[in-house]
Every structure is written in C-alpha cells, then in structure tokens.
Design a protein around this ligand. Structure first.
Ligand code: CA2
Length: 153
C-alpha cells in the first residue's frame, strides 16, 4: 500500500498569495502554504498533493479524484465558498473527510462572506488564523482520520 495522502486544494486567486493584499492575506506565498502543510503532514507519515485552480470545474475534478487517491481534503475554496453548489455537490458525493479553511476571518468582513455553501457538507472549518490555519486544518484532519480508523478496526 502507498503512503497515506492528503489533497490540499486552493481556489481562485490564491495563486496571488504574497503578491497582493498583504494586509488581508499576509506576505507568504502559496508555495509557503504547501511547505507548511507538507511538514505538518510528514510528522504523521502523510504525503500531500497540492492543486490550485481559478476554475470551478477543475476544483470539482480534484474533489472527485480524492475519493480514490486521498484520505481527506483540506480546501480553501476562496470565493466559490460563498456561491458554489457544484463544489458542495462534489463534496457531498465523496466519502472522504473535507476540512474548509479560510485565511481571513470571513465573519468580520462583508456579509456576503459570512455564508459558506460548503460548510454543511464539510467535517470541519478553520477560519481567521492566517496561513497557520492550513497547518491547524491538517492536524485536525489527520486526527479525525486516525481516530476513525481506530474506531473501525
Ligand atoms: O480568507 C480566505 O481564505 C478566503 O477564502 C479568501 C478568498 C475570499 O473570497 C474568501 O471570502 C475568503 C479570496 C482569495 C483571494 O486571494 C488573494 C490573495 C492574495 C492577493 C489577492 C487575492
């Protein structure tokens, strides 16, 4: 059996991390985020496959892939959080746990960011801890996977 794997999925505009809007999203790049998650996951024997896209359908494809190729998904769906029934349906359709993460505290921002279409079908949500939220999401996700494995064995 291959190593246990997490998918790290980032949605539209997150390729701009570290290049624009540092007051909201910080100065670190998406590569820094990937390294952070890889290091956190490696401590527990997990590998990470990272994917970023500005296109909704590509994100759906990767959520579907996780059913066969990953133990769980850490996803920052970015603006699609607030709009996408397609992403919600994709998450609903897989059996693997999904943790939603937001860099900013969406609840102290505009009201259109307060609702997540995806949160009701996710296993957990991390909001407002900057990019460290990705590490926290990875730890929570791994804890969940490992404890569920123990319960079923
Ligand atoms: O706080 C988050 O992580 C968000 O998911 C970020 C999304 C926003 O639409 C959500 O409401 C909250 C926006 C991502 C845009 O990322 C950029 C990063 C750097 C520069 C410009 C955009």
């Amino acid at each position: 059996m291959g190593k246990k794997r997490l998918f790290l999925i980032n949605g539209p505009n997150l390729n701009m991390l570290g290049k624009r809007e540092p007051d909201t999203y910080g100065k670190k790049s998406l590569d820094d985020v990937v390294t952070l998650v890889e290091q956190a996951a490696a401590d527990f024997g997990y590998e990470v496959t990272s994917f970023q896209s500005n296109h909704e359908g590509d994100l759906v494809d990767w959520i579907q892939r996780a059913e066969e190729e990953a133990e769980g998904i850490i996803i920052n769906p970015a603006a699609y959080t607030h709009t996408s029934i397609a992403l919600r349906d994709a998450i609903s359709a897989i059996s693997k746990p999904v943790v939603e993460i937001h860099i900013s505290n969406v609840h102290e921002r505009e009201s259109f960011r307060h609702n997540s279409m995806l949160a009701p079908v996710c296993s957990g949500q991390v909001v407002g801890f900057g990019i460290d939220g990705y590490r926290l999401a990875a730890l929570g996700m791994i804890q969940k996977i490992e404890s569920e494995g123990r319960n079923h064995s």
